[in-house]
Structure formats: structure tokens, C-alpha cells
Design a protein around this ligand. Sequence first.
Ligand code: NAD
Length: 475
Amino acid sequence: MTVETATFATAADLLDAVQPATGGREMLDPATGAVVGRAPEHTAADLEAAIAAARAAQPAWGALTHAERGAAMNSAADAIEANAEALAELLSREQGKPLNGPNARFEVGACSAWLRATASFELEPEVLFDDEGGRAELHYRPLGVVGAIGPWNWPMMIAVWQIAPSLRMGNTVVVKPSGNTPLSVLALAHVMNTALPADLLHVVAGRRDVGALLVEHPDIAKIMFTGSTGAGQKIIKDSADTVKRLTMELGGNDAGIVLPDVDAQAIAQDLFWGAFINTGQTCAALKRLYVHEDVYDDVCAALVEVARNVPMGVGLDENNVLGPLQNKSQYDIVANLVQAAKDSGARVLIGGDPDESAPGYFYPTTLVADIDNDNPLVAEEQFGPALPIIKYSNLDAVIEQANALDVGLGGSVWSADRDRAIEVASRIQSGTVWINKHGAVDPRMPFGGMKQSGFGLEFGVEGLKHLGAPQVINY
Ligand code: NAD
């Protein structure tokens, strides 16, 4: 397969390629309020056309070998790398996240890395038995057209998490990006499509009703959904009539448990970034920190020291590594939760005092101590730069508190004793438990939630299997 990789000079060139010639919805930079560009407002008819084209392209794509599909995916990764800086700039302006730190450049890098890793996994038919009675093999066939619905926090990376395994398994894809970050996803798909065969990958940037139509559509074989638990519940209901396969990556409220044997200084940086990556707007970020009373004051002091020195500001400024909240409603959620914590008498160690007169949805890095476990800042998903730190004395009781919520995406245990930490980890009800870190994902490591954080797995060979139709051949 020969592939031409177009190289775009700037984010403005990418915008020109994906904006409508006239009209569209103005997207504003959450850091400055400046116009980033105009997003197309695709309609139900656009969705029908995209699904029809994806459906027509699927049989030929599905008939290729894994190696052939993998080669095309690697070409798409090459195209992303050739356009990485322009993609990162557009992402930074539309989403708000800074270029540097674990942010826009990092996210674009993850897109190509995930494509390459997903292209490389081995998925041979499994021989279930082979004896005098006969032989049985388990194969995975393409499903057809996959609908991918994603959020605004990591819009490009999460789109690739949905697209890469879908393509690898011989499916074609129609993506419905979040209305808050459509340009980022359109630009990413545009770049990938300079390298992929025609019509494998479509983006329909309509309103929520377009998403609902995608979910109900009889020609969509599966929905990959990443977003809030509430929207997930609606999608589960809407998909019932067509008995769709679903992968649900939903909200979380991850607990971290710090055991009394830690060195507070040594873990403070990793604790901080576990909570504040992407300015806290991360599904599997540390959102409730439980610290043993013996080290409580030391951990609080060490975290304040880190927080004080991490610059927040406009994303295109190379110095910044924390940015604004992406949108006003998320800003209000964070501001209201911190206000409720203050009203309850909790102690704000740093932050909690936004400058309402400044432009942009900036909420300062906030640490809140001496807070009760049932305070809304602890019990609800804040999805922003405000971390509650709860003091505990009894390990069994704190594990019970960590498990008390109806979500279970990630969790972490912090200890100098790895075996002890692994034992505690085994008692936490979440899809991943990290030890002495939080939120690290890897394309080789299956990722998914327990309880109402969702079902189905992404990444690794297990993730591929969720994008295939299992078929047994028996003879
Ligand atoms: P959201 O649920 O509001 O929206 C997600 C996407 O779903 C958007 O594209 C939206 O337009 C679409 N949508 C909403 N209702 C729909 C419906 N009825 N039918 C079809 N589409 C619909 O979520 P958000 O605010 O964009 O993202 C934040 C949430 O996502 C947080 O709760 C976070 O924890 C979660 N999240 C989870 C993961 C994970 O992997 N588990 C990753 C990132 C974010």
C-alpha cells in the first residue's frame, strides 16, 4: 500500500481543512475567550451519509489481513507524527490544556503510540480443543460499523482509543465527538484520513441528538462510549431496540489510600500529578485522597509545596503545565463543590479563591484538608483541580469508605511495603489499582471500570476482542 502523508504547516491550515466554508458554531478558547474556529453542525442526513459510506467500505477493509490493516494504521500514526505540532496547538486552543507537561503534545504523542501498539498485538484464533473427538477454534470476526462517542477532556486520545481497536479488527468507524471539542477530533481524523483508505473513518460533529441517532441506528453494530455515567445510562437504554454491543467507559471517583509508612516528600510529586493531570479533568485521576493520621500533616505540607510551584495559565505559553477548566459548566461544578467544602468548615490549604474578574475558566489549584468523607467534594466527581484530603486511622474502615461509592474506575495504594500495598489493592473495588502512582495507562494493559464506572475493556488483546464478533468453528 502506498500512502501519501500530507504535512500541514500550522493549526490554521488544519482548521481550514475542517471548518465549513461559511457558518458553523464558533468555538471559544477556554483560556482567553478568543475564537478558535467554527465547528460544522452536522445533521441527521450527514450522519446517514457517513454510516452508509462506512458500511460500504467495511467488507473490503474487513477482508484484509491483520498485518495489512496494521500497516495502514502505522501510516496513520506517521501522518499524526508529521502533523503533531499543529494538532497539539489546535488541541491546546480548543480544549485549553497547555502544550507542555502531560498535556497537548503528550496527548498527540499518545495517539500515534496507541495506533502503533494496537496494530502490533497478536490475535491468533484460539484452539479450544483438538483431540480424537474433533477440534474447536475461537475466531474474532469484524462487527461492521462502530459508533464512537467521546468526551472533551482527552478528545483526541480517547477517540484513538476507540478508533484503533475498531479498525484493527476490520470494522469501520463513525465518531461523534463532544460538542465542546469537535475541531480537535475533526482535525485528528482529517490527518489520519490522509493515510487511511477512503471511508474507514468518519466524524459527525452534530449535537447530542446526532449522538442519540447513532446509538439507535440499525446499521451501527457497536457503540464505544466514553463519558459520564448519566449519559451512559441513557445510551444503554437507547441501544436496547437494536441489541447493540456496548463498551462503556464512564465516570469515576478514584480513591487513593496512603499507608503510614510512606515518605511524604518522596511521593508528593506523583500524588500531585495523579490528581491534577489535565487540571484534574481526567476520568481515572485521583479524586479522593485518604491519608493515615501518622503522616497526614507531612503529606498535606508536601502537596502544598508541589502545588505552589506548578504554573497554571494559557496553554500556548510554554511555561504552563496546568490550564483552565474546559467549559463553564465544569468550572461551576468545581467552584460549587469547593464552596460547599468551605461552608462545611473544611480547611483550604491552597487555592479555593478564583479570580472571577480574570478571563478564562481558571480555577486555582486547590487542596482541602480536614474534610468529612460525606462532603460532596469527596462523594461526587469534581473533575477539576480540587483535591479533598481525608484523615483516617483504621485501614479496614478506610477501605470500606473507598469502596462505598457506586463507581469504581481506578484506585491507588501508597506504601513503602509493596506486598502490603498489593494486599490492600486486592480489596479495592476498581478496574485498576496502581501502587505508588495513579492513572498510568498503557496500551498493553486492559482498562475498564467496575460497578457504574462501566463495562467492557479497552487496550491490549482483551480490548481487541471487544471489537470483534466471537465465532466458534467446530469440526
Ligand atoms: P458526557 O457524558 O456529557 O458526554 C460524552 C459524550 O456523549 C459527548 O460526545 C456527548 O455529546 C455524548 N452524549 C451525551 N448524551 C448522549 C446521548 N444520550 N446519546 C448519545 N450521545 C450522548 O461526558 P463529558 O462531560 O464529555 O465527559 C466527562 C465525563 O466522562 C466524566 O464523568 C468522566 O469521568 C468521564 N470519562 C470517563 C472515561 C473513562 O475511560 N472511563 C474517560 C474520560 C472521561
